[in-house]
Design a protein around this ligand. Structure first.
Ligand SMILES: C[S@@+](CC[C@H](N)C(=O)[O-])C[C@H]1O[C@@H](n2cnc3c(N)ncnc32)[C@H](O)[C@@H]1O
Length: 206
């Protein structure tokens, strides 16, 4: 199927199945290939609007799990009670707000997802995207449980390899992965990492 047709097919399928965006299929394909999320997990979804990954993550964790989202934009779709979408900026957020969302006691996450994309140009802006990913890594010590997993979007560019190497320093397995639903023309990739060993933090630019 031609690229454009495939894009349209995912768009139609998302609509038919009640997902907020076709990006739902990217997370489904990441999950099918990499099994990052388990039933009962507590999942954080950074850059969660319009909400398709929240919907897919909620299905994967089931009623015994929970999903917390963060985005600059408000999520406007109906979501199950296990999902708490917050409005905020990943550069400014107090981790405690995320840890306490939907629970009485602060609880770290089993899985951190980031589908954040810089909205500076509207195009794949590799440098800003890589900075956002480093910000995700900076937040991990406060947010991710030891042995936890990570999937984060990045637009490939000169600094991609360095980002992959930095991620690999604190996970036992780290690879780049491009789901089929991610258009071939875009430099969009996902860094998939399992088995957080702790560490990193500090770095701040952006
Ligand atoms: C491609 S969309 C995410 C789509 C989402 N995964 C879904 O399936 O509905 C990227 C999102 O990243 C968000 N974003 C970009 N920079 C951010 C930041 N600094 N903090 C929080 N969210 C951010 C944007 O507002 C945008 O909604």
């Amino acid at each position: 199927m031609a690229r454009r047709q495939l894009h349209d097919a995912y768009f139609r399928q998302a609509k038919a199945e009640g997902y907020a965006a076709r990006s739902a299929f990217k997370l489904k394909q990441i999950q099918d290939a990499k099994q990052l999320i388990r039933t009962g997990n507590r999942v954080l979804d950074l850059g969660c609007a319009p909400g398709a990954w929240l919907q897919v993550a909620a299905e994967l964790v089931g009623p015994s799990g929970s999903v917390v989202g963060l985005d600059l934009q408000r999520v406007r779709i109906p979501l199950p009670p296990t999902v708490q979408p917050l409005v905020g900026d990943a550069w400014e957020i107090d981790p405690m707000l995320l840890l306490t969302a939907g629970t009485d006691k602060p609880a770290k996450f089993d899985v951190v997802l980031s589908d954040m994309a810089p909205n500076t140009t509207g195009h794949a802006d590799s440098e800003r995207s890589i900075q956002l990913c480093h910000q995700v890594l900076t937040l991990l010590p406060a947010l991710l449980k030891p042995t936890g997993n990570l999937a984060m979007k990045v637009f490939e560019g000169a600094l991609y390899r360095d980002l992959l190497d930095t991620t690999a320093m604190v996970f036992s397995y780290t690879r780049g992965y491009k789901p089929k639903a991610s258009r071939d023309v875009s430099r969009e990739m996902y860094i998939i990492a399992y088995g957080y060993t702790g560490g990193l933090g500090e770095r701040r630019e952006g």
